[in-house]
Design a binder for this molecule. Structure first.
Ligand code: DU
Ligand code: SF4
Length: 235
């Protein structure tokens, strides 16, 4: 219930003037193929299990994907790849994700983006990144009781995790920061004999077409990441 209230609050956010203008312009002009649809045109909240052990963190909603459907990774090529993989891993009840009322249900997984509004060229500014960060902090605070693993899709999400780790868990990230890479893992350390103070961070190439069409990220590679995440999450 608290998570649903947070989702509502996020959906009404207008803190970034450039992104508010952009998301609404896309929603008004549309892509020809979707001309009969009413675009969401607002911030896109997280989606999935409120008791998630795994959080999948993306960059930002796609202009004609999440910004159209109102659900993260829903209705775009990145989502096609991601949800198919989640279904193969037994974490989603269906392999496809087309609209907010398509019956998709995730188990043990929540998906969110580091920036909640679709940005021009998929590139938020540093100020926009920092302005949006508190929403992620609040979401992770609510997920904290069950959260064990964060999968960062791409270097932007990987970098967005450090302030969250420090704000929500009080864990100072190492200096220099561990480098993003596909398959990179960071396990925060407690003092001697104390338990791990925060979730494991797992890096994966982003599921964007740029990576999946070129074979930089294959379905098998994504299956391996999800299998490792399941293992780290104790699933
Ligand atoms: O109605 P609800 O149980 O609060 O779920 C809201 C929303 O989240 C619904 O679209 C299903 C999804 N969801 C999920 O994917 N996995 C869960 O474990 C619980 C809810
Ligand atoms: Fe608000 Fe984040 Fe959208 Fe900026 S990007 S308007 S902070 S939801």
């Amino acid at each position: 219930a608290e998570l649903a209230a947070l989702d509502e609050e996020i959906s009404g956010c207008r803190r970034c003037p450039r992104l508010v203008a952009w998301r609404e312009e896309i929603a008004a002009t549309k892509r020809a193929a979707f001309r009969d649809e009413v675009y969401w045109g607002r911030p896109v909240p997280g989606f999935g299990a409120p008791d998630a052990r795994i959080l999948i963190l993306g960059l930002a909603p796609a202009a004609h994907g999440g910004n159209r459907t109102g659900r993260i990774f829903t209705g775009d090529r990145s989502g096609d790849v991601l949800f198919a993989a989640l279904h193969r891993a037994g974490l989603a009840n269906q392999p496809t994700s087309v609209s907010r009322d398509d019956g998709l249900h995730l188990s043990d997984v929540r998906i969110a983006s580091a920036v909640r509004c679709a940005p021009p060229d998929n590139k938020p500014t540093p100020v926009e990144r920092d302005t949006c960060a508190p929403w992620l902090h609040r979401e992770v605070t609510l997920l904290r009781p069950t959260l064990r693993v964060v999968i960062a899709l791409g270097a932007f999400a990987w970098a967005a995790w450090w302030p969250t780790l420090s704000t929500v868990y009080g864990v100072k990230p190492p200096v220099p920061r561990p480098k993003f890479g596909h398959g990179a893992v960071f396990l925060p350390e407690g003092g001697p004999g104390s338990p791990q103070p925060g979730p494991a961070l797992l890096g994966s190439y982003h599921v964007s077409q740029q990576n999946t069409f070129t074979g930089r990220l294959t379905p098998a590679m994504l299956d391996d990441v999800l299998s490792q995440a399941r293992h780290l999450a104790g699933l």
